[in-house]
Design a protein around this ligand. Structure first.
Ligand SMILES: [Fe+2]
Ligand SMILES: [Fe+2]
Length: 178
């Protein structure tokens, strides 16, 4: 006889959707790190810069939608349950920092393209890129291990349904612009 959990699978929760997006972002961040490491070996070859730029722009697009789901979907519904120690503003500030760094990262890519013989520019791009990857991974870990735990513990079925409605409207507005 199958276990009870197999007979009655737990309903999907908003945090499951966000965690799934985290795993996809981690995969892309792994691809970005591997391409950045190549800069240390070969300098700023165009094919490597192309791969870095393409992967970074995928990450930017996916993170923009993901951040909207958190900032407009989960966070407003979760706010009443958070005490000062959890510092929701800190997480929104993280998002803003990551957006700013992504703009600077693009500038570093452009500088490498301007002079592909400049090994220093390639090394700076590599170092800066790996640092951003580290910060994003740390942010995902914080949410997975702390914020989402609070959400899963506190939100009622009605509140989770409200978060899902907000996710749906974000997905609809994004697909209308693609
Ligand atoms: Fe986030
Ligand atoms: Fe997140």
């Amino acid at each position: 006889m199958p276990p009870a959990a197999a007979q009655h699978p737990r309903p999907l929760r908003p945090t499951d959707v966000l965690k799934h997006e985290h795993r996809r972002l981690e995969e892309r961040l792994g691809t970005l790190s591997a391409a950045l490491e190549l800069l240390g070996e070969r300098g700023a070859e165009n094919s490597v810069l192309d791969r870095i730029e393409e992967t970074a722009s995928h990450i930017d697009r996916e993170m923009a939608v993901h951040h909207r789901k958190e900032e407009e979907g989960l966070f407003p519904v979760l706010t009443p349950y958070l005490d000062r120690h959890l510092n929701l503003d800190g997480r929104i500030a993280d998002h803003e920092d990551l957006r700013i760094m992504s703009g600077k990262f693009q500038t570093a890519i452009d500088e490498c393209r301007a002079d592909d013989a400049d090994l220093f520019a390639a090394q700076m791009l590599r170092g800066y890129g790996l640092y951003i990857v580290h910060l994003v991974l740390e942010h995902l870990l914080k949410e997975d291990q702390i914020l989402f735990l609070v959400a899963e513990h506190c939100l009622s079925a009605e509140e989770e349904a409200e978060v899902f409605r907000r996710f749906q409207s974000i997905d609809t507005s994004v697909s209308a612009t693609v």
